[in-house]
Design a protein around this ligand. Structure first.
Ligand code: GLC
Length: 437
């Protein structure tokens, strides 16, 4: 080989290694981010945190809009926010005990208050409150120490700034003038995103919300997304706009619904090819709500986690910390119970993909390679017949106990002889080893 040929094959090899490998329509996604998408999928379980000034009123994060709180009154409220019991260590330890692999936290919600040190606006927790600490920095440092990925939720909608104008469907009763420079608002958001992407170490990504407030507005997404990709090429863009993902985005989100369902009334039923994430409240509120006692049971929450995995989606389960910075005991208890369950049953969730059988009323399947996990969530009987899918089952056992499970081929499927259902069963998981027929 001549030295010229050698050089040519070297350059070629370099190109192969560094070239973006997926072309989605017009979009070219660098290999680096494709790998991060896969890792995101494998994580399967994250903890969502909605926390801000609104926690002081204990009526959820929409209180400013719901009660038409005027901007000066909300600003005065913000100036007394002092969550002295906030402890990043405790939050991250709780997320880990729950088995969550990542945390997504509100850096700025629709009320427009920044929960981080921002030079782009003094309406932030460090400059505006007696607390003076940057909880997101403390959290980012702790997450890095503990190997938890951190995502920042960022609201594109703002109920305080006059330059969020023309206004959208919400926040019209907070007393703002009927004029404002939309481009200055977009510039402000980009400045803040730059702060978040340069001041907190490598992030899991940015989780956008609020575009649905005025879907037709010129959001300048291409510029903002390019900024994010330039500052942190491995950060994912997750967007909760209730549509199929747009160019530049990495994850499709479903809010309060499993993929394909639309009980919430605003989700799309279309499922694309990107990683999926379902975000879910533990009661019915995202931000701390002092009267919302509608906590889902641990059994229901594990059901959601399994059903999300069965639908090939991550579950992002929310907590709404209190104004002092602590997390309600009801949430702590449930998270710990989920973590206990995952310690035994984690292999049927983490690193799996949606299984060969589409979700059923009785439960779902997940799979890793030729191993299939049958999650029996809602089935009182011992015999369960599942449809066949072109593989032969070579062995079957209960994941938690190792107990053998009888398998009989029947017309159109296989019958599993499960151990008796106990009233406190959270999810009877059967492990099937299979070979292709
Ligand atoms: C909705 C709500 C918001 C919440 C989000 C979480 O978009 O407006 O308050 O943060 O859902 O998914």
């Amino acid at each position: 080989m001549s030295s010229r040929d050698l050089l040519r094959s070297f350059v070629l090899a370099l190109l192969v290694v560094s070239a973006p490998v997926l072309v989605q329509g017009q979009e070219v996604v660098p290999a680096e981010r494709l790998a991060v998408r896969e890792a995101f999928r494998e994580a399967r379980f994250g903890m969502f945190i909605h926390w801000g000034v609104y926690s002081m009123l204990g009526q959820g994060e929409w209180v400013m809009h719901n009660r038409d709180i005027q901007v000066p009154a909300y600003e005065a409220l913000a100036s007394s926010f002092n969550p002295i019991r906030f402890n990043a260590r405790e939050w991250v330890a709780l997320a880990k005990a729950a088995g969550a692999r990542y945390i997504t936290i509100t850096s700025r919600h629709h009320d427009g208050f920044s929960m981080f040190a921002s030079k782009a606006s003094d309406y932030n927790i460090v400059d505006w409150t007696p607390f003076k600490r940057d909880p997101l920095k403390e959290l980012a440092d702790e997450c890095r120490r503990e190997g938890i990925k951190l995502f920042f939720y960022y609201s594109q909608l703002d109920w305080r700034r006059p330059d969020y104008y023309p206004r959208g469907r919400t926040g019209n009763g907070t007393g703002r003038p009927d004029a404002g420079d939309w481009n200055s608002y977009l510039d402000f958001m980009d400045r803040q995103l730059e702060e978040l992407l340069t001041g907190y170490g490598p992030l899991g990504g940015i989780w956008f919300d609020g575009m649905w407030d005025k879907p037709q507005a010129p959001w300048r997404l291409d510029k903002t997304y390019a900024l994010i990709h330039r500052l942190q090429p491995s950060a994912l863009i997750v967007a909760n706009h209730h549509q199929l993902p747009l160019p530049g985005e990495d994850v499709q989100v479903f809010e309060q619904d499993l993929p394909g369902a639309n009980t919430a009334g605003f989700n799309t039923k279309e499922i694309g090819t990107l990683p999926l994430e379902t975000c879910l409240t533990m009661n019915r509120s995202w931000g701390f709500n002092i009267t919302d006692r509608n906590f889902k049971t641990t059994r229901e929450l594990i059901g959601y986690l399994a059903r999300a995995a069965g639908a090939d989606a991550n579950l992002l389960l929310n907590v709404g910390p209190r104004p002092d910075g602590t997390i309600q005991p009801e949430a702590v208890e449930r998270l710990r119970e989920i973590g206990k369950w995952l310690q035994v049953n984690g292999e049927s969730i983490y690193g799996t993909r949606g299984g060969p059988i589409t979700p059923r009323a009785w439960g779902v399947t997940t799979r890793r390679g030729s191993t299939v996990y049958v999650h029996v969530l809602d089935w009182p009987d011992r015999a369960l017949t599942i449809p066949s899918w072109g593989a032969r089952v070579t062995s079957a056992r209960m994941l938690a106990t190792g107990e053998k499970v009888g398998v009989t081929e029947v017309e159109g499927g296989i019958a599993l002889a499960l151990p008796p259902a106990k009233p406190d069963d959270l999810d009877r998981v059967v492990v099937l080893e299979t070979v292709r027929e």
